[in-house]
Design a protein around this ligand. Structure first.
Ligand code: ADP
Ligand code: MG
Length: 741
């Protein structure tokens, strides 16, 4: 029996019975009415209105009744079935060259939906081997005047028509009043949007294609609007927060640092610097995203903001995604600051401070000392990995949090760190990858954005080539190029997708392990069975190669002990290592300007943005950078991807391409990995219907509308359905976070 009120949370098993509910749950994880209604048809078959207007080659989909049917033997002794069907006015013949399976089904009087290509045989229209679905109960719901026929993704154990029938049952029982309407009526009428219930019907039982379009648009807009309302609320709450203003100080650390800066800031760096200084000196906490092209010099901007915070009496924390990067920041910031980083020490500067480092793998003694420096305030700058977020870490007065390479962090981690200030600290988030506008408006939609597009002067652009791995001469030439670079004083990276087996056993708990799981192949692309190049195999290969004789080769990967990683990275920085064979552990942030050539093995295994990020490690100084993408792939899409990376150094363009190819691109990964509603693996950050590639206008419109609405009704008290939908988002985000741990 059907339960009293059927709404979107009603279990399908209560409405449909186990024979249908079972396969829907098992094959597609559709458990509730809402789940099934969100299971959009992949496409629609157009209903041919009738059989009066046929031509050869036309694809028809028509409901018709079997008028006659007979079998006959063909010349080679097989039994074939010939039938004639009618739509009430006109006829068409059917031919099945094997009668088996059809003979007992297509008997006169049976009505079915037939689909096939029109041919001509003996001066009569014919469908040879049409697909068909028998319609129990005659023309039933799919009469000849009905609209497009939905075609669903295959549900194992069910026919498409059975799925459609389930959806129809659900829609019939769905209580119109129980369907929420998150969109305010005024907005709906302004944009001419159907109600949610109408839209759901328009998706599943449309009268025409126009209705499908309107329904899709409405549901996409709704999704964008609910999320934008959430963001608008977050922004409004942030704007009402108060914190201590950190005003710049004359003659402080920042001034001293600027005076000894070995280069001139770019115009972009100066402009962003001014914005940050201005926002730090306000009593509303800053929430700013700094995105910039690889190598555009984000670190120095962050450092200057941190020094301003220290000048104002506060502390700054710099959160890095990997130990390698945290250690590098510590090294380079300490070096850049020189005696300014020796506060309280003999020979240190009077105005100086200290720079503490906190990582998960430090010795207890080191850790204790650094924890103390952070808590006492002696360290004005505290750099670390996730270890910074832990409870024991305390600050004397945390004024500014800088999150480097944001996409590895979730909102929640950012918030955990923010919680360490007595008053809410200012927050600056930096992304390594340039991100398309749709992403800044959604995933980072609760922050203001600054963008650095300009590279420091004197950089020569990186040249990138694709090297076919099956051409021995080209491969050898690649290694020779490395040798040449080294001979002229430069260094090289060789990046591999795997670590390999010969290495040391895993040290547990390292956050740096970057060994690449084979990425999901693009659509229609087979995961190649080829063995991927590993760090240790490539190292061995290079050591044996006469072209590289006498070169110092070292390996680096996430499974190494932290102090070994550190030692290798430091040696590479000091140019004591010529060739560094590594995993993507060097992907983000690593800054060794003397490295000029990078070879990426099995480059097809990496994403577009990731390759762009990787090659950003070379060409950071005044020497020309060279990136060689080696690949054995024959897959066309993979080749196209690599050619695209080789063809442009514009990170924004590549980010857009990445978004198109992967739906969401690398930037979303941190917010994506959780399970979303009804554990269908659609974590928040990936939308159900909205596309960040296609729906920019929808997002823009929804953003404007939501911002205006939240300004008028901050708590959404007049819009309970919207409020509930927003809360659902938040709950899912949190659930996804907890699941990730
Ligand atoms: P990213 O934006 O990729 O994080 P970094 O901050 O690591 O880039 O900077 C890349 C390199 O450029 C560093 O070696 C840095 O010292 C240098 N750099 C930064 N700003 C300038 C500038 N204005 N002029 C010259 N070199 C700069
Ligand atoms: Mg960086």
């Amino acid at each position: 029996m059907v339960p009293g009120v059927v709404d979107e949370s009603t279990q399908l098993s209560k409405l449909l019975g186990a024979r249908s509910a079972g396969p829907l749950a098992k094959a597609r994880e559709l458990h509730t009415v809402g789940d099934l209604l969100e299971f959009w048809p992949r496409r629609y078959l157009e209903h041919t209105a009738d059989l009066s207007n046929l031509h050869v080659g036309m694809y028809v989909v028509v409901v018709a009744e079997v008028k006659t049917a007979q079998t006959r033997k063909t010349k080679n002794g097989k039994e074939m079935l010939q039938a004639t069907v009618t739509d009430g006015r006109n006829e068409v013949d059917l031919a099945f060259f094997r009668s088996y399976g059809h003979r007992d089904v297509l008997v006169p009087g049976v009505t079915a939906l037939f689909a096939g290509e029109v041919g001509m045989y003996r001066q009569r229209w014919q469908l040879a081997h049409p697909a068909y679905q028998v319609l129990e109960g005659g023309l039933g719901p799919l009469g000849p005047d009905r609209g497009p026929i939905p075609v669903y993704l295959q549900v194992k154990g069910m026919q498409n028509w059975a799925v459609a029938e389930c959806v129809r049952i659900v829609l019939d029982h769905l209580d119109g009043d129980a369907v929420p309407e998150p969109l305010p009526a005024a907005l709906r009428s302004r944009h001419g949007l159907p109600s949610r219930l109408e839209a759901l019907k328009g998706i599943h039982v449309p009268k025409d294609f126009g209705q499908v379009q309107r329904a899709r648009h409405r549901l996409r807009y709704e999704e964008a609007f609910v999320f934008q309302a959430l963001l608008a609320q977050r922004r409004a709450r942030q704007a009402s927060e108060r914190t201590r203003a950190r005003r710049p100080r004359e003659g402080g650390l920042l001034a001293a640092f600027d005076a000894r800066l070995p280069f001139e800031l770019t115009a972009g760096q100066r402009a962003v610097g001014e914005t940050l200084a201005e926002e730090l000196s306000r009593d509303v906490p800053m929430h700013r995203l700094l995105q910039g092209e690889v190598g555009s010099g984000k670190t120095v901007i962050a450092l200057r903001a941190m020094l301003a915070a220290v000048d104002a009496g506060g502390q700054a924390a710099l959160l890095a995604p990997t130990e390698v990067l945290a250690a590098q920041h510590h090294r380079s910031i300490t070096t850049m600051l020189g005696d300014l980083a020796e506060g309280g020490m003999l020979g240190g500067s009077d105005i100086g401070t200290r720079v503490a480092l906190l990582t998960g793998s430090q010795s207890t003694a080191d850790r204790r000392k650094n924890l103390l420096d952070a808590a006492s305030g002696d360290a004005g700058i505290v750099i670390g990995t996730h270890a910074l977020i832990q409870d024991q870490v305390q600050f004397q007065d945390l004024a500014l949090v800088v999150v480097d390479e944001q996409h590895r962090f979730g909102v929640e981690q950012r918030d955990a760190l923010r919680g360490k200030g007595a008053e809410p600290p200012h927050v600056l988030v930096m992304t390594a990858t340039p991100i398309p506008r749709t992403v800044t408006m959604t995933v980072f939609g609760d922050m203001e954005t600054s963008t650095l597009t300009e590279l420091p002067r004197g950089r020569s652009p990186i040249t990138t080539h694709v090297v076919p791995a099956d051409r021995p001469a080209w491969v050898q030439r690649t290694w020779e190029r490395i040798a040449e670079e080294v001979r002229s004083g430069r260094q090289a990276y060789v990046v591999c997708p795997r670590i390999g087996d010969d290495g040391p056993a895993a040290t547990s708990g390292s956050p740096d392990d970057e060994e690449l799981a084979a990425p999901e192949p693009g659509e229609g692309e087979e995961a190649a069975p080829r063995e991927m190049a590993s760090v240790y195999a490539v190292e061995a290969l290079l050591r044996e190669n006469p072209a590289l004789e006498g070169l110092t080769i070292a390996v680096l990967h996430g499974r190494m002990a932290p102090e070994d990683k550190d030692a290798v990275m430091a040696a590479f920085t000091r140019a004591e290592v010529d060739v560094l064979v590594s995993t993507t552990v060097i992907e983000v942030g690593v800054d060794v300007p003397n490295a000029t050539v990078m070879v990426v093995m099995d480059a097809d295994r990496f994403g577009v943005s990731q390759l762009h990020q990787l090659r950003g490690r070379v060409g950071r100084g005044r020497h020309q950078g060279l990136c060689l993408l080696m690949t054995g792939t024959e897959a066309e899409t993979a080749r196209e991807r690599l050619d695209a990376v080789a063809a442009t150094t514009d990170g924004f363009e590549l980010a857009r391409l990445d978004l198109e190819l992967r739906g969401t691109g690398d930037v979303l990964s941190a917010r994506q990995s959780g399970g979303g509603r009804s554990s269908r693996g659609m974590g928040r950050g990936s939308f159900r219907f909205l596309s960040l590639v296609r729906d920019e206008e929808v997002i823009l419109q929804a953003r404007d509308d939501a911002t205006a609405l939240v300004a008028a009704d901050p708590e959404l008290t007049d819009h309970p359905d919207l409020q509930a939908a927003v809360r659902e988002w938040v709950d899912e985000e949190q659930a996804a976070f907890l699941e990730r741990g």
